[in-house]
Design a protein around this ligand. Structure first.
Ligand code: ZN
Length: 241
């Protein structure tokens, strides 16, 4: 399972996605002595900063990006995981060959056991789908010697998709196949999420979702003491168990 892996690399389309979908899992990995690195592809400055644009529709986009950068730093400190941002621009996020190869380089530099990213069919949020497309490509070819990057080829990591855009799991066909019990760290996850003030009510929303996934974990995965959980779907042939 994800918690058994020593090195976990996360790709997040926007500033807060990694925290809302997998923040509890990352806290548990760090607690168990694992290493985590997060790469946000963008700050979500255009599509995922509604509170800022509502407060001032005429503000400079660079100012929005700086605010989101500060939010990431605050959440990163609470979670205890390093987070960097490629700043590739959101909505639309477009991954060309250069950027795809940058994803390969990120994998080769960290040499993860497991990669986490968005659900492949997150159809209500095209930036998320574009991220997954690129990450699947990079995971598939990180061992290819013909693709030249700063670091040499590395073994292919396992790939898990985390939660889809909130409320769209039925439309996107997201059915968790693996659960991580985050009951012991939910308070810190919500504290970290509260730092993303550019988005409305993330803490409340993902508290509800965590409780629901926890209920599923209790009912379907035998996790009887679980109050909050995060759900994942593996991509490829690896076992989720
Ligand atoms: Zn997002």
């Amino acid at each position: 399972m994800i918690l058994d892996d020593a090195r976990v690399l996360v790709f997040s389309a926007h500033a807060a996605d990694f925290c809302s979908r997998a923040g509890g899992t990352l806290l548990r990995i760090v607690e168990s002595g694992g290493a985590v690195q997060v790469h946000a592809l963008t700050y979500g400055e255009r599509c995922e900063a509604p509170a800022l644009w509502q407060a001032d529709p005429d503000r400079d986009v660079e100012e929005v990006k700086q605010i989101r950068k500060d939010e990431i730093a605050a959440a990163s400190e609470i979670l205890g995981v390093p987070v960097s941002c490629f700043d590739w621009g959101d909505s639309p996020l477009v991954l060309d060959q250069h950027r795809l190869e940058a994803l390969v380089q990120a994998i080769r530099a960290f040499r993860p056991d497991t990669v986490l990213t968005h659900w492949k069919n997150d159809v209500m949020h095209p930036d998320h789908v574009e991220t997954t497309r690129g990450v699947i490509w990079a995971v598939s070819y990180c061992g290819a010697g013909g693709i030249k990057t700063q670091d040499p080829p590395c073994p292919r990591p396992r790939l898990f998709c985390y939660e889809t855009t909130i409320g769209t799991a039925p439309a996107a066909g997201f059915l968790p196949e693996a659960y991580v019990d985050i009951s012991s760290v939910i308070d810190r996850k919500l504290e970290a999420l509260a730092k993303f003030e550019a988005q409305f009510n993330l803490s409340d929303t993902y508290d509800v979702l965590g409780r629901y996934r926890g209920f599923e974990a209790k009912s379907t995965a035998g996790m009887s003491a679980c109050t909050h959980a995060e759900g994942f779907v593996p991509i490829g042939t690896q076992s989720a168990g």
